[in-house]
Structure formats: C-alpha cells, structure tokens
Write a protein that binds this ligand. Structure first.
Ligand SMILES: Nc1nc2c(c(=O)[nH]1)N[C@H]1C(S)=C(S)[C@@H](COP(=O)(O)O)O[C@H]1N2
Ligand SMILES: [Mo]
Length: 339
C-alpha cells in the first residue's frame, strides 16, 4: 500500500471547499427548477434535489470558518453575503418542513417560501461567487477531492434514505407525497403562476377563436359544449406543492385544430398567459369545460381551461380564449411562463 499517497488532512483547503459548495448549490438550484420541466411521474431530479440539499447541510461545517472570518472583515458587502446565508437557511428549512408535511407557513404555501428563497438567492449567489472569486486549479482535481466529495455524496444519500425512512416510520404526511413532492388535495387550489390575475369573463359573450390552415373561426360556449367530449381522470400537479386528481370533461385539442409536422399550437388565455405545444405533445390534451361533472369554477379557469396529462400545472392554461397554429417550433417560448 502506498501510504504517502494518502491525504494528510481529511479536509479540503478553504478555496476548494468554497468551490465545492458553490457547485453543490448550483446543482440544487438546477435540479429544483429542472424537475418542473419533467412529467409529474418522474422522480429522479426531485430525489437529486433532496440529496444535493442535504449535502449543503453537510457542507455547512466547512463553510463555518470561512463565514466567521468573512464576518470579521468590515466589508460593506458582507451584509449581502449574510442575506445569501439567511436565504440558504430559509430554503433548506422550508424544504425540510414541506418534506415532513407542513404544507402551509403563514400566508403562503411552504413550497412558495422555498421557491421564493431559491429564486431570490440565485442573483445573490452569482454576485457572491464573482465578488469572492476562488480560481479553480487543474491540480484541485486530485484524489483527496474525489474521496471527500464522494464521502459527502454518500453521506447525503444516506441522510436522504434516513429521512425518507423516518417519515414512514413516524407516519408523517410526507411519507405519502407524490414523486414531485406534492401533496394530494381533494380540490385543485386556485393558483396564479406569477403576476397573472383572475379575469372577469362573461360566458355569454366569450368566444373561442381557433386559427389554423383551415382558417379562422369562432365558437361560443354552447357550440363548444355541443362538440363530442371526452372525460378523463387526470392529476394536476402544481410546482407550489399540491396535486389533485379530477375527472375533467372537454374537447380534445387535437380534434379542434390541425397542427402539421414542424409547426406548433399556442393556447392563449384571456389574460395573455399562454403555452405552446408541438404536434406530438397533444395526446390526451383537453380543452376542458367541466370538472367532476360540473362547469368549471371561475378561479379554476371558467369557461375553458387546458388539461395536460404529464405536464406540471403551469401548462394547464386557464381562461382560454384562443388556439392558434403557426410555423414556429414549440420550443420558441420561455421554459416557464413570465406572467
Ligand atoms: N391564465 C393562467 N393560467 C394558469 C395560471 C395562471 O396564472 N394564469 N396558473 C397555472 C398554474 S401555476 C397552475 S398550478 C394551474 C392551477 O390551476 P387551478 O387554479 O385550477 O388549481 O393553472 C395554471 N394556469
Ligand atoms: Mo402551479
């Protein structure tokens, strides 16, 4: 055995541990946001998010001395670093509380605070990483780094298993959450993505405008509900941590428009909120006018909303009043709605 190849100290230099922490926090942010882009049956990015989050908890021990000496220096910008640290703690604590089963925290859902902390800390993190830049060196990638980060990853994975097992053992509600981490609710929770508003729609004057190669036509609510309808049991799973399985009744979107190959269909709300779909993404997509056999409630999208199996709630456009086919590709839209 080559004894002198063994690391002399177990820890890493401050510079390297700062870099490792930065990478892990970036992984946490990317897996969190990335999981919103996957079907709600996919678990792996959510698991990776949890494991990476627990790794951050483990890395606090390394960071503590760095924080201590940083606080000692009278830099004005240290308060921005303190704010970053507070936001990281808020994100970790709310993540754990949600995982345990505390779905509401004050005026908002626990997941709302978790996401808000994550989004606000992102620009602070970028600033912090640039202002306190630590240059990586090629020689950083040595055996010690590999062993230490491997150890941290293994510990974080173990902590994740303990946490999940503990939830089941104690019988906390978190044991029954969906692959996305969402909690089942008897009814969909009226949810606004960012800045949208519940509009006032008069169902008598409302029209659905459909435009594709066949031209442009308008349908009244009576005409729409007279079309052959499908009823399907589909789960809506919102990124704010709730889900609800319902029977939705509506007209298959693919029955209403003809989306040729290489084109896409944009589904617009009265409010301006919209989502775009490729022709091969229309399987099971409904323009629903009823839920549980009753016309939609105003806040849940009346008179017409989208039902999108396999997509998170933000794809389920509410208060739809236009469906348009054009030549743009389906990816010609922001990954997430901006309103
Ligand atoms: N026009 C519009 N549609 C929208 C939203 C919105 O803010 N505006 N929010 C989306 C989000 S984030 C979710 S989870 C679902 C929530 O549907 P619900 O309010 O019926 O529960 O609607 C989606 N459709
Ligand atoms: Mo949502």
């Amino acid at each position: 055995m080559v004894t002198d190849a063994r690391p002399r100290t177990r820890g890493l230099s401050r510079r390297v541990s700062n870099l490792v922490l930065l990478v892990v926090v970036l992984v946490v942010l990317l897996t969190g946001l990335g999981s919103w882009l996957l079907p709600p049956t996919d678990r792996w990015l959510v698991v990776a998010h949890g494991v990476a989050g627990l790794a951050v908890v483990g890395l606090v021990r390394w960071k503590a001395p760095v924080v201590r000496s940083g606080l000692g220096r009278a830099r004005a910008s240290r308060w921005a670093s303190v704010a970053l640290a507070v936001l990281v703690v808020v994100a970790l604590v709310t993540g754990l509380l949600h995982t345990g089963g505390l779905v509401r925290l004050g005026p908002q859902r626990t997941m709302w605070w978790h996401v808000a902390a994550g989004l606000v800390l992102l620009p602070l993190l970028v600033w912090h990483a640039l202002a306190r830049r630590q240059r990586p060196r090629r020689t950083d990638l040595d055996r010690r780094l590999l062993l230490t980060t491997g150890g941290v990853a293994a510990l974080a994975g173990g902590a994740w298993l303990l946490l999940e097992g503990g939830l089941r053992l104690v019988g906390l509600p978190g044991a029954g959450r969906r692959p996305t981490g969402s909690y089942d609710q008897a009814l969909p929770q009226p949810t606004i993505w960012l800045f949208d508003r519940v509009p006032a729609v008069d169902p008598d004057r409302w029209r659905l405008t459909v435009s594709d190669d066949a031209g442009r036509r308008e349908l009244s609510l009576a005409e729409l509900t007279a079309l052959p309808a499908v009823t399907a049991r589909v789960v809506i799973d919102c990124t704010s941590g709730w889900a609800s399985e319902q029977d939705w009744t509506g007209v298959p979107l693919a029955d209403l428009v003809d989306v040729g190959a290489g084109r896409s269909v944009v589904v617009r709300s009265v409010t301006g909120y919209s989502r775009r779909f490729a022709p091969d993404e229309l399987d099971g997509v409904l323009l629903a006018h009823a839920m549980a056999g009753e016309p939609l409630l105003r806040q849940l999208g009346a008179p017409l909303r989208l039902v999108v199996p396999d997509r998170r709630g933000f794809w389920w456009v509410k208060w739809v009043d236009a469906v348009e086919v054009d030549d743009r590709p389906a990816w010609a839209q922001p990954a997430f709605p901006l309103r």
